[in-house]
Design a protein around this ligand. Sequence first.
Ligand code: GLN
Length: 495
Amino acid sequence: MSGLNTLTIADARDKLRSKEISAVELTEACNAAVAGSDALKAYSVKTPEMALEQAKAADARLGQGDAPDLCGIPLGIKDLFCTKGVESQAASNILAGFKPEYESTVTTKLWDSGAVMLGKLNMDEFAMGSSNETSAYGAAVNPWRRQGSDAALTPGGSSGGSAAAVSGDLCLAATGTDTGGSIRQPAAFTGIVGVKPTYGRVSRWGIIAFASSLDQAGPMTKTVRDSAIFLNAIAGHDAKDSTSADMAVPDFEAALTGDIRGRKIGLPKEYRLDGMPAEIEKLWADGADMLRDAGAEIVDVSLPHTKYALPAYYVLAPAEASSNLARYDGVRYGHRAKLQKGEGIHEMYARTRAEGFGPEVQRRVMIGAYVLSAGFYDAYYRRAQRVRTLIKKDFEDVYASGVDAILTPATPSAAFGLGEMADADPVKMYLNDVFTVTVNLAGLPGVSVPTGLDSQGLPLGLQLIGKPWEEADMLNTAYALEQSAGFVSKADKWW
Ligand code: GLN
């Protein structure tokens, strides 16, 4: 049966349970879609045989009658997740050929639920970037194109391979990670749903670290319902991650009633940026109208420290990255530089890191080492930490005033062309995260929902920011928005 790769998780689950389709048939359809998708460069590693083995086991389990929701569902896994015996390189040359001896907690939970792994997905190197162009594999390509143009567009980053794969039906859903927007921005650029859970909701164990106080894994899916199902499978306390929270995990799918009457939704005035494209303004206003029509109360709110978020993030994230990436020294994993005669261990470290890390990662390591150095620690790192506290407090004040969720644009623009920013100041790329980084700094949950197309026919998304641990309520509001927006467009298949 063809076309099965276009199913949502929810539909596939029902068809698998009713035996209308088998997990093997579904996996074969996805394997075929993946095999024919090289032009999208979404996958860095394909694992079709492993997928079929897992699918057979899933069919056996489905036959017994009480299979979990994800049993037999084919997924793509971001290359940042360690998968036992399968290359896990964080799209970096420094981890060339690295095959972990262990499985991340998130992927362990997925395989325990009977899910099927189609392969590993492209991303920005060590999740640093907003366009997938820092990947050592070369950039993944957005399935969407501007009307009347065949210019290749970015799927966003850093989870660009995940976004391209879900949007192009090269899997039913994928894992992503989000340190400053890397789930939500690529979701918005490709017309899919992406959820960044509350910090601590999902275990980080076995996920290659970028900035540990900000990193959080989450689902990238075709619908809000699929994200709810997926989040239920991966959430929960993990003794192996001391920052994972020992909190009950509600049934996120059951919370999707679509009833948001009486909910108070805030529109933060500081997100109305100078020079914001009129299309984004309109998308945002339309989204607010949809929620109002569904019975929510729309109120203006203020998050006064918003303008300091991006600078604070680009001090804190590199600081943590420079420390996390110190372990890549050529001794323990991956690449080791060849030495010239007379060179010793110091040359080995330096040469390995110079050869193994790409330019953006080197930039971050240098910025991080600088802001943490004795003379500059107070001026940069400590000050950025203080700003972070103020940003968190801005949200606490808004939520304390009775607001249930905050609605903002997900990105300041639609997907841009690959290579378009090649000569731009790196700060221009960093501006992609202007609406998303605040959420990571405050540890909050956020979701990006596709709600419209721009004048060139490209998808645009809105972001909902929830209260801590209130993903269920946030997803229900996202569900109501999804129902009203009725976004069903797909990219025309050209690959
Ligand atoms: N684009 C941001 C950065 O480059 C965020 C990346 C992410 O969320 N992993 O740091």
